[in-house]
Design a protein around this ligand. Sequence first.
Ligand SMILES: [Zn+2]
Length: 83
Amino acid sequence: MDQQTCSRCGKENMKLGGNEVFTCIDHTCNFICDCDVNGGKNIALKNACEIDSAAAERARKAAATAQPGGGASTPLAALHPSP
Ligand SMILES: [Zn+2]
C-alpha cells in the first residue's frame, strides 16, 4: 500500500490503521508526514522510476544502434530528446 510505505526510506508501517499521519517505524528515518502526502510521494516516485526505465531503454537501444563515428544518436540525446 502506497500510504503505508515510507516515501523516504521505503519501510512499511503496517500499524497505521486509520491514522491520518504517517509515522515511519525506522528510528533512523523518523519520517512523519500526512498519509495522503506520503502516498502521493510514493506514486510520484513510482512514476518517476517508470519514466527513468523507459529513458534508459531508449538509451540502450540508441547505444546499440549507434554507428561508431556516426554521432547522430547518442545515449545522452535519447535521455533528453529535443522537442
Ligand atoms: Zn522511513
